[in-house]
Design a protein around this ligand. Structure first.
Ligand code: ASP
Ligand code: MG
Length: 478
């Protein structure tokens, strides 16, 4: 029995044209595989709008969040109206859209009328979950209209998580059990489940979300649980790219990556895949393809295990936000690490992961990456929470907290590319670097830089990455 899981990102489903592509992809793959499972993100930009609605609700700005609900309604209705759907599907979908947006408005209303000063992460998750619940229904309706047995499934019914709202982690045994009970019997009946990405629920049934970009993670968990043969991630870019294609026009598609490389890329900020999705797939050696819905014939990026016979090669440059702590003194850093970890846990719900620490006799630098799944809005809050915690810290060292950007060069065995590093350092010689670290995984070299220098540095380094990739391109494995 062959099973394919396909996840469609927001940019791959946001317009009637994109959804028409999705439909033809599903029809095509339906003929080639015994079972298909689809995972849907919210339409492009919808999660941002929902988070904004949650914020406005907290500010008791009733007009603001209602306006957002109205915009979302108009957008989804316009999509449904533009699709070739029969009367019955259309009416059903319009009713679903209204029901889901009413539910979302209800949560906003109770946030607005509550007297607490902070927005509860629980309410935020309930509001943010609306986007995937809407999009999955539209896709399932479109499949049914075309004689496929599409059924929308809410992540809350299959993914059981801890209660870290906003960045929840699935409980794998419980989730596996749920998937076996609910999804697997559907597959046997030739149903194509369209599962909402990003969202799950606690054991008590409270809606959770798994971090920005979390639909990938949903797809990864489903793939391992149902033992899929492959997972395909569809977006509107050709695959994993040598640099962020929205900012660097000359970015090129990377044909082949190993799990380690791609995990490192996601950890260091490549936004196309969620960092935590790789591990479960690597454990089962389930290959991932990253493809463009507008070019379904394109090969895309294939991610699979590597063997050592690949030539050392630089493949990509990424960037991610970070905060640094520096002190004009050397000394024990154990205590401060504990404190930073507490602040990270409280502010973003995930541990502080040190990207680099370096000490000399007269100074100390610690650099903590902000996981891309947290989003970029949180940097200032994190920084001020850290400053505040450090003020009450009984150490004699005075720490300075500053935002930074970590630029990473990624590839296979890049520790064997010492000859290229000279060129890189020369290309960026007029920038001052706060720190450099070669990753223990042998596939990354990270530069810690001032945020304002990041763009210029990437501009200079990216051509060297492209050159290394073309000089050492491996022959794809059969
Ligand atoms: N819709 C969510 C987000 O925008 C999850 C996802 O798209 O993967 O982050
Ligand atoms: Mg994504």
């Amino acid at each position: 029995m062959s099973t394919l899981v396909m996840k469609f990102g927001g940019s791959a489903i946001g317009t009637p044209a994109a959804l028409t592509q999705v439909l033809s992809i599903v029809i095509h793959e339906h003929q080639r595989w015994d079972h298909l499972v689809l995972v849907a993100s919210a339409l492009d930009g919808v999660t941002d709008m929902l988070l904004e609605a949650a914020y406005l609700a907290q500010m008791s700005n009733q007009r603001g969040y209602r306006r957002i609900a109205a915009t979302l309604r108009t957008r989804h209705i316009a999509l449904v109206e533009a699709l070739p759907l029969g009367q019955q599907e259309r009416v059903g979908l319009l009713a679903d859209i209204d029901r889901l947006l009413f539910e979302m408005l209800d949560v906003c209303q109770s946030v607005a009328s509550s007297s607490t000063d902070t927005l509860s992460p629980q309410a935020t998750d309930a509001i943010a979950s609306c986007g995937e619940r809407l999009s999955s229904r539209v896709i399932a309706g479109l499949l049914r209209q075309n004689n496929l047995l599409g059924v929308a499934i809410d992540g809350m019914d299959v993914i059981i998580t801890d209660d870290v709202h906003g960045n929840a982690t699935p409980n794998l045994p419980l989730t596996h059990e749920r998937i076996q009970q609910t999804l697997v019997p559907m597959l046997a009946r030739h149903i194509i489940p369209v599962v909402t990405g990003f969202i799950g629920a606690t054991r008590q049934g409270k809606i959770t979300t798994m971090g920005r970009g979390g639909s990938d993670y949903t797809a990864s968990i489903l793939s391992t649980s149902i033992n899929a043969n492959e997972l395909w991630i569809w977006s509107d870019v050709d695959g994993m790219m040598t640099a962020d294609p929205r900012e660097y026009e000359d970015a090129q598609m990377i044909p082949l990556l190993s799990y380690d490389e791609v995990a490192e890329m996601a950890y260091f900020g490549a936004r196309i895949l969620h960092a935590r999705m790789i591990r479960p797939l690597r454990e089962r050696s389930i290959p991932i393809r990253v493809k463009n819905v507008y070019k379904p014939q394109g090969v895309g990026t294939l991610i699979q295990p590597y063997t050592d016979d690949y030539a050392p090669q630089m493949k990509a440059v990424t960037s991610v936000q970070a905060v640094t702590l520096s002190a004009a003194r050397a000394g024990s850093i154990t205590q401060v690490l504990g404190l930073v970890d507490q602040v990270f846990q409280a502010t973003i719900g995930s541990p502080a992961e040190v990207t680099l620490s370096s000490q000399s006799s007269s100074s100390t630098l610690l650099c903590f990456i902000i996981p891309p799944s947290i989003g970029t809005e949180i940097v200032d809050t994190l920084r001020s929470n850290l400053e505040e915690a450090l003020r009450g810290f009984s150490d004699t060292v005075s720490w300075r907290v500053r935002p930074a950007t970590v630029i990473s060069l990624l590839g296979s065995n890049i520790d064997r590319l010492a000859h290229l590093w000279g060129g890189i350092m020369q290309a960026i010689s007029h920038y001052s670097l706060l720190g450099i670290a070669q990753g223990p995984s042998h596939c990354s070299l990270s530069l810690i830089v001032e945020p304002q220098d990041a763009e210029g540095i990437i501009q200079r380094v990216h051509p060297l990455v492209l050159k290394s990739a073309s000089d050492n391109a491996p022959a794809p494995r059969p």
